[in-house]
Design a binder for this molecule. Structure first.
Ligand SMILES: Nc1ncnc2c1ncn2[C@@H]1O[C@H](COP(=O)(O)OP(=O)(O)OP(=O)(O)O)[C@@H](O)[C@H]1O
Length: 246
């Protein structure tokens, strides 16, 4: 069953067509990759799904419900969470407080069963290896931990759909390997969740994604399994380059 259906989506920034006649279907419980060169329109796509921008034309359906025209907080409460390419943590709040903000964002203030929520915070701290830093300010964490905290905060909103915008950006190969294992563990523990990840690093896409879409200049140029994409001549020409495919 499709969780997310994007139909004939277009988005203009003035005279620039950032998203052009885009169609994507994401089945429930998949890990889905969106790849493409700088400026291909990947982050704009996430911004359209999450209501930061409203598309010029086209449809975005989550479980059959239209997201177009809705505000970001409404889309969050329908079950969409995201991380950002450039981290957007609350640096002066602690790790626990950052995760708690995610919970509040989903439920609203005053509707919380505190006991239940702190059990969930503890399980997220444990999953992301952040226990020992729980009371540290987010801004004082090493970069790799800050990236993990962003994912933990997004999960705290209890999403059906988690959008990860270049989760491995700025990480060294060892950290990327760790992140692959972590995302697999997230998927194991939250088996109903669907993940879309934007990524430049084929290693990460290879290690994680069931299916992927390649974008170029706002358009889809290929869909398929990672192997199909790596062997697709159009993709090789437009984006990957022979060195990366080999
Ligand atoms: N707010 C904006 N105003 C005007 N143009 C924008 C805006 N946001 C993005 N663009 C343009 O839209 C196009 C798509 O940008 P986008 O950031 O979505 O690409 P991307 O695939 O995410 O690239 P990157 O990998 O570099 O993040 C680019 O040409 C970019 O310059």
């Amino acid at each position: 069953m499709e969780l997310l259906e994007i139909k004939d989506l277009n988005h203009m920034f003035g005279g620039l067509k950032a998203i052009s006649s885009l169609n994507i279907n994401v089945k429930s419980k998949m890990i889905y990759g969106v790849i493409g060169a700088n400026g291909a329109g990947k982050t704009t796509l996430f911004n359209l799904i999450t209501g930061i921008y409203h598309p010029t034309t086209g449809q975005i359906l989550l479980d059959g419900i239209s997201l177009v025209g809705k505000q970001s907080y409404e889309i969050s409460r329908l079950g969409v969470a995201r991380t950002f390419q450039n981290l957007r943590l609350f640096n002066d709040l602690t790790v626990v407080e950052n995760i708690h903000v995610g919970q509040i964002y989903r439920r609203g203030l005053g509707k919380q069963k505190t006991k239940n929520l702190s059990a969930k915070i503890n399980s997220l701290l444990n999953l992301f290896g952040l226990d020992a830093r729980a009371e540290d300010k987010a801004g004082n964490l090493p970069y790799g931990m800050q990236r993990k905290l962003e994912i933990a905060r997004a999960l705290a909103t209890e999403p059906k759909l988690l959008l990860l915008d270049e989760p491995a950006a700025g990480m060294n190969p060892h950290e990327v390997q760790g992140l692959v294992g972590l995302i697999k563990e997230v998927k194991r523990q939250y088996s109903d969740i669907t993940i879309i990840l934007i990524e430049h690093q084929m290693k990460l896409v290879e290690g994680l994604c069931d299916y992927a879409t390649v974008m170029n200049f706002g358009q889809v140029i290929a869909n398929g399994t990672v192997q199909e994409i790596q062997n697709n001549p159009v993709v090789i020409k437009a984006y990957l380059g022979e060195a990366e495919v080999g």
